[in-house]
Design a binder for this molecule. Structure first.
Ligand SMILES: [Zn+2]
Length: 183
């Protein structure tokens, strides 16, 4: 009579393990996989934690550099851009119902000034149609303005660098300064 290679109880022909040992081995395997996944998740969480700590540190360093510049009397400006669609007509289609600057008005209240507008244009190819099937490019019109990218500027005051309770400056440094300078 064959016996279980693990616990020695009798098993059927061709079987190496009894059902109880098979279940135990399967449970061990599942537990091992779960533990591996938990370790992996913990390592990822830890790496993310370290990354955030590093980032916060770099933002704080940059912020104190900016603070020093302000204290030394140097002007500091923040820049941003905002895209607004323009109510142009293009090939008889209204691209936008209105030219809406309500967001600009709100930004103005928090110190942002529009310093420039860069038009966003679209080229339109024109086709010639001859007969029923012939079709050929007949030219194109570029420079159709479909919207404007507004360049916004805001002067940063010492008070603004101190009181950053809504993290405007933190976010600005994180998204625009650190990423650009790649430091
Ligand atoms: Zn067994």
């Amino acid at each position: 009579m064959p016996r279980c290679t693990k616990c020695g109880t009798s098993v059927g022909l061709f079987a190496k393990l009894c059902d109880k040992c098979k279940r135990e081995i399967e449970m061990d395997r599942v537990r091992e996989i779960n533990e591996q996944q938990a370790r992996k998740a913990a390592a990822i969480a830890q790496a993310e934690q370290r990354r955030l700590e590093q980032l916060r540190k770099r933002v704080a360093e940059k912020k104190s550099e900016i603070r020093k510049l302000l204290e030394s009397g140097q002007s500091v400006f923040l820049y941003d851009s905002l895209y607004l669609p323009v109510d142009s007509l293009l090939l008889e289609n209204n691209l936008s119902e209105v030219f809406d600057i309500s967001s600009v008005r709100l930004l103005g209240l928090s110190g942002w000034e529009v310093v420039s507008a860069v038009p966003r244009t679209m080229g339109v190819g024109l086709k010639n149609h001859t007969g029923a099937t012939l079709e050929a490019w007949g030219g194109g019109i570029g420079g159709n303005i479909i919207g404007v990218h507004l360049i916004l500027k805001k002067q940063l005051a010492i008070a603004g660098s101190d009181d950053d309770s809504d993290h405007t400056l933190d976010t600005y440094i994180e998204n625009h300064i650190l990423r650009t300078s790649n430091m």
